[in-house]
Design a binder for this molecule. Structure first.
Ligand SMILES: [Zn+2]
Length: 78
């Protein structure tokens, strides 16, 4: 069985700590925003990880696998 831990950015994160994963890049309009264009991965503690689209996709893939989301067709996307 796969270990439910994924490396995002430089952090190893247990998948069960993830609450949600952003579908679109962050934009808030703040001049000093450090995360514009990054994808937010929300953790169940009051914290988030900010990453690129590739790591975001990897995270979603791992979450889907871990949750065993039943796909009616097309398992090959995992
Ligand atoms: Zn921002």
């Amino acid at each position: 069985m796969d270990s439910p831990i994924i490396k995002i950015d430089d952090k190893h994160v247990p998948l069960y700590r993830i609450v949600w994963v952003s579908d679109v890049p962050h934009f808030c309009g703040e001049d000093d925003c450090m995360h514009e264009g990054d994808y937010e991965i929300r953790l169940d503690v009051d914290d988030s990880i900010w990453t690129n689209s590739k790591d975001r996709d990897e995270t979603l893939k791992a979450l889907n696998k871990w949750c065993s989301d039943p796909r009616p067709e097309g398992d090959d996307w995992i």
